[in-house]
Design a protein around this ligand. Structure first.
Ligand code: AMP
Length: 565
């Protein structure tokens, strides 16, 4: 990877640098290196970037660096397609601004109590992050006033388009002061998004992450779809059954290298952290220990592992997905040295599926989906090891004294030798049960292709088993599929990618949703209204008939008619 400038050089304010240091950010990601200086000097920006590239910090850091501490009315407004993203972006702002005195950020989204939002807005906030519908609502009530807004960011603009929010977005843009700084980030740039950029961003600076194609030879590449919260469990299960010599595990932050190395050590792996905070000498010593086989696993950041060339490394484990395809190619270049075949494993969170696609395009080869080792596989592996340990001990040790002891014991207590052995084996395997039972989180399960959500063509990463709900709204209520997607995504915080096929009938409709929805989402689902009609979502086992269904038209280019401007 090319070396990039540090955050200070890019123009990030000192108070924010301190927060970044504590968060363990080692160096700017490529989209950050490009965007931060432009936004820091006030330019409008059009950025092609997907989730996982570090785009949130790419706009949050420079805009926060320009924040005025003498103004209590909203200075920055970020529009996001979903409530989930609004919360995530607000959290990111909060963590970067932890040393800005009196800083307040407020996420605003549908489904949340209006009074709470009104109270918070009255108290004064500098940054508002919200979904378009609810933001418009507040603009209408004058509870949110954008007269002194310094900057507006459209995050995941193509998603907002897909969900039918684009008119709302335009209305909000039109309500911002003419001199307000504007940035638009989108994973793709459909015509309708370009159009908005032309209309509202003037002549913006453009940034994108170039996806160079490279051939990756001698490396077998696999990926596992897994939510962040299950990564550690998934990793340890894979480490148990995957034969490896030495391994580098890549994570994003310096703090994660320490955390993960400690956790792996606690689970009995010879693992050590490698990051830019360690002295050169300590880093060299750690690498040397890996080379000599005193260590098996290095948990490293991209920076720290640059240029590592160790023949023993059989595996590269991408625990956190790299920011771009170039970093991925560099990472997996650490294995497959000296003509040996290397193996690469990648964890992909469902929301990062676009990066996976980009990696496949850039390396010109599909990654194979892998499955999480099952309880049975792990059990088989542990039994194999147990058997080996047993036979090794029988071969290598003089057991005559202990054997005599046990024979006497069995005699006196009238025990069968097999029972004695079973009791001892039971004690031995307590820490690592020979017959473990792991729970199978929903995200680990593979879905069959016919149950894939609607967006399957661009979303081969969809992991979810789907069930069908009937809604008490249909064509008669002037409801369109995009209204259903928008409402469910926003109110029930279900990622729109996980909203499956929608069929519209005259007085009702059906929608496929993930089988294992969290309780919270189910609760919100019950209270949703679309065009003032309660949807009364009801679980039905199979997609219901009753009239000819309308095939949903939900292509990216779809655009709601603009109301008379
Ligand atoms: P995003 O693409 O904005 O969704 O960011 C993805 C993840 O990368 C988040 O967990 C961020 O905290 C993390 N991240 C962003 N920039 C950096 C950086 N320069 N160094 C380390 N981690 C980062």
């Amino acid at each position: 990877m090319m070396s990039s400038p540090d955050f200070a050089t890019l123009g990030v304010a000192p108070a924010i640098l301190q927060a970044l240091q504590e968060l363990g950010y080692e160096q700017p990601s490529p989209i950050q290196a490009q965007s931060i200086p432009l936004l820091a000097r006030g330019s409008n920006l059009l950025g092609t970037a997907q989730t996982g590239t570090g785009k949130t910090a790419a706009f949050a850091l420079p805009l926060l660096s320009r924040l005025r501490d003498d103004q209590q009315t909203p200075q920055i407004l970020v529009l996001t397609p979903t409530r989930e993203l609004a919360i995530q972006v607000a959290e990111a702002f909060k963590s970067y601004a932890r040393y800005l005195p009196g800083f307040n950020v407020l996420p605003i989204y549908g489904g949340q109590d209006m009074r709470t939002q009104l109270r918070a807005l009255r108290r004064g906030v500098q940054v508002v992050v919200g979904t378009p519908g609810r933001i418009l609502d507040h603009l209408g009530r004058r509870s949110l006033v954008l007269d002194e807004l310094q900057a507006i960011v459209l995050d995941e603009a193509d998603e907002m388009l897909r969900m039918g929010f684009i008119d709302d977005v335009q209305e909000i843009l039109a309500a911002t002061p003419a001199e307000c700084q504007r940035a638009l980030f989108s994973a793709t740039m459909p015509a309708a998004i370009r159009q908005i950029a032309t209309e509202y961003l003037g002549n913006p600076q453009e940034v994108r992450i170039a996806a160079k194609t490279t051939t990756v030879e001698r490396t077998e590449q696999r990926y596992l779809l897994v939510h962040d919260s299950h990564k550690l469990d998934a990793l340890t299960r894979i480490l148990e059954v995957e034969p490896f010599d030495a391994m580098i595990i890549f994570v994003r932050t310096k703090s994660s290298t320490m955390e993960l190395a400690t956790k792996l050590e606690a689970r009995g792996f010879a693992a050590e952290a490698l990051n830019g905070d360690l002295s050169q000498e300590l880093r060299e010593r750690t690498v040397e220990r890996l080379r000599r086989g005193e260590l098996d696993i290095l948990v490293a950041t991209d920076v720290a592992a640059r240029g590592l060339d160790i023949e023993r490394i059989s595996h590269v484990f991408n625990y956190d997905i790299p920011y771009d395809t170039e970093a991925y190619v560099h990472r997996i270049g650490r294995t497959g040295r000296a003509g040996r075949e290397g193996k690469a494993i990648l964890f992909v969170a469902p929301k990062e599926h676009r990066l996976l696609k980009a990696i496949e395009r850039a390396t010109r080869q599909p990654l194979t989906a892998m499955e999480l080792p099952s309880s049975k596989e792990i059990s088989d592996q542990r039994i194999r090891q147990f058997r080996k340990r047993l036979t090794d001990t029988l071969c290598a040790e003089d057991l005559s004294g202990i054997r005599e002891l046990l024979e006497n014991l069995a005699d006196q207590e009238e025990l069968n030798m097999a029972d004695v052995a079973a009791a001892l084996a039971f004690q031995l395997q307590k820490e690592q049960p020979l017959f473990p039972v792991f729970e199978e989180p929903a995200a680990f399960r593979k879905s069959s292709p016919e149950r894939r959500p609607r967006s399957a063509q661009d979303d081969s990463a969809s992991p979810v088993a789907m069930v069908c709900y009937q809604l008490a709204v249909g064509r008669r209520h002037n409801v369109m599929p995009k209204d259903i997607v928008g409402a469910i995504a926003n109110e029930a915080a279900i990622d729109s990618r996980h909203i499956g096929r929608i069929n519209l009938y005259d007085d009702h409709s059906t929608v496929e949703l993930p089988k294992d929805l969290p309780k919270e989402a189910l609760r919100h689902l019950q209270s949703i209204r679309i065009r003032q009609h309660p949807i009364q979502a009801r679980l039905i086992s199979t997609p219901a008939g009753g009239g000819k269904p309308t095939t949903p038209r939900r292509s990216g280019g779809e655009r709601r008619r603009k109301s008379a401007a």
